[in-house]
Design a protein around this ligand. Structure first.
Ligand code: BES
Ligand code: MN
Ligand code: ZN
Length: 502
């Protein structure tokens, strides 16, 4: 077993045929669609002969399986070299499997197979990335804080065999495994409770992950932050006995003309609201307020693992937003890194304060692009719900990020930043106020605030994942309860696209 920090994913191998000898503990995942006769029909594939297909379809019919999407049915298939078959419904037959269909079906299969150690999947013939990512993420578990009394006793998924006849399948499988591992690592960070993940500890974990991936790591502590003028991070962090940090992780992969991308993520390890304290109901969900930071850390590590030919520099401010006699007060004025002064009218609008410092610092590296992500506003969930990130920023790059987010199934949606909203952020004593006096367009107002800190000429995107970073509902597809790892896959897709197309 490797001792590398981060999530331990199952081992993934690619094979061009079914196992020659029976693997007694393995389950074979077989995609089925709803045929014209309303019966479950095995999707055509080069791995099963007519006898095996017949055996599976007869068994499915006897159980009334129809192949509807998300329907899973376990059957025996004595002629095959596995213990059993799990048929996964994909709905009506299609020629192509767009977007997230196979990833979700694979996640549903993984959850139905909970307790299975070895799986062999045929979904990989339809979409290798989706099949592998869906299995690893659907099988994701977080049980670090369970005592032996309640710890899950059933074994974890340890090995995946993806069947594929594609030439590029091996490299694609490594990539998909790395992507899923990054998402799972972000989930682990989000799921770690605020008692155990506070700024200094978060910085240590970021350092360990960064160093293991060969990144340059720099950590500023509270003294260094105060000295350098990071007024936003210091102001938000000053109410907590656990002082703030700023972590910088640098991956240098650019060859000649390679682009440079800055990533910035909100790392509030717990958000009580501060003196503008939040109501008690659901406050525990604010353990997810470092979801942007977790995704950014996972993404820069993933860029290094995949050796993208670009530079990626992550700037991650970390603080705990607490009320106390040392906390900042509503009405206080602070100076953001770089000199802009801000009247803090609401201490619960803390994300933008630490992010503005982070964005100014990130722009000092002269990036071509800047992606910032944060669990920034409750207004994001009001506007778009729990599964749709809001993407704002410079028009062209924002649309590119939203399109790629759709393509990978994280489904970010482009939103505007109307100029007139800036008037709502006027302060009577400082350059800016941190909140507007209005109830309207809260997600956009936060984006307009951040825009003030982005250097001219940098193409930027702001991804608000207040809802999507943390699943408060039941499991669905490859997403369980708790941390989701969103928008790690969106950001990585953007990095790959920049590496390829500039
Ligand atoms: N961390 C919250 C936003 C949030 C809300 C994330 C719900 C996830 C779920 C953020 O710091 C916050 O409190 N925002 C305020 C802004 C307001 C004071 C302008 C909000 O949304 O109420
Ligand atoms: Mn807040
Ligand atoms: Zn917050």
């Amino acid at each position: 077993m490797s001792t590398a920090p981060g999530y331990q994913s199952p081992t993934v191998t690619v094979a061009a045929t079914l196992p020659k000898r029976r693997i007694g503990s393995a389950v074979l995942i077989v995609p089925v669609v709803t045929g014209d006769d309303d019966r479950a029909t095995v999707v055509a594939n080069p791995f099963l002969d007519a006898e095996a297909v017949g055996e599976i379809e007869v068994a499915l019919e006897s159980l009334g399986a129809k192949g509807g999407s998300d329907q899973t049915t376990r059957v025996l298939a004595p002629s095959l070299p596995v213990a059993s078959v799990l048929a996964v419904g994909l709905g009506k037959a299609r020629d192509e499997w767009p977007g997230d269909v196979i990833r979700r079906a694979s996640g549903v299969a993984a959850r139905a197979l909970s307790g299975t150690e070895n799986v062999v999947t045929l979904l990989s013939e339809l979409d290798l990335d989706g099949a592998i990512e869906g299995l690893i993420l659907g099988a994701y578990r977080f049980s670090e804080f369970r005592s032996p009394k309640t710890a899950p006793k059933d074994p974890r998924l340890t090995s995946i065999t993806a069947l594929s006849t594609d030439r590029g399948a091996k490299a694609a499988a490594v990539r998909a495994t790395n992507v899923a591992t990054a998402v799972a690592t972000a989930r682990d960070l989000v799921n770690t409770p605020p008692s155990h993940l506070f700024p200094d500890e978060f910085a240590k974990r970021a350092r360990a992950l960064g160093e293991a991936a060969g990144l340059e790591v720099e950590v500023l502590d509270e003294k260094a932050l105060a000295k350098a003028g990071y007024g936003g991070i210091v102001g938000v962090g000053q109410g907590s006995s656990r002082p703030p940090r700023l972590v910088r992780l640098t991956y240098r992969g650019a060859k000649r003309k390679g682009k440079r991308v800055a990533l910035v993520g909100k790392g509030i390890t717990f958000d009580t609201g501060g003196i503008s304290i939040k109501p008690a109901a659901n406050m525990h969900q604010m353990t997810s307020d470092m979801g942007g930071a977790a995704a950014v850390i996972a993404t820069v590590v993933l860029a290094a693992k995949q050796q993208l030919p670009i530079d990626v520099i992550a700037t991650v401010p970390m603080a705990e937003n607490m009320p106390s006699s040392t906390a900042q007060r509503p009405g206080d004025v602070l100076t953001q890194y770089g000199g802009i002064t801000v009247e803090v009218l609401n201490t619960d609008a803390e994300g933008r304060l630490i992010l503005a410092d982070g964005i100014v610092r990130a722009c000092e590296d002269d990036p071509d692009y800047l992606i910032e992500t944060s669990t920034l506003t409750g207004a994001q969930t009001v506007a778009l719900g729990g599964r749709t990130p809001g993407v704002m920023g410079s028009d062209e790059f924002r649309d590119r990020v939203a399109t790629l987010s759709q393509a990978v199934g994280e489904n970010g949606w482009a939103m505007p930043l109307p100029d007139e909203l800036k008037d709502d952020l006027k302060s009577t004593v400082a350059d800016l106020a941190n909140v507007s006096g209005s109830r309207y367009a809260g997600m956009l107002v936060a984006g307009v605030y951040l825009r003030e800190f982005v250097a001219d000429g940098v193409q930027w995107a702001h991804i608000d994942v207040a809802g999507p970073a943390y699943n408060t509902g039941g499991p669905w597809g490859y997403t369980g309860k708790g941390g989701t790892g969103v928008p790690t896959r969106t950001m990585f897709a953007v990095l790959e696209d920049i590496a390829q197309n500039g």
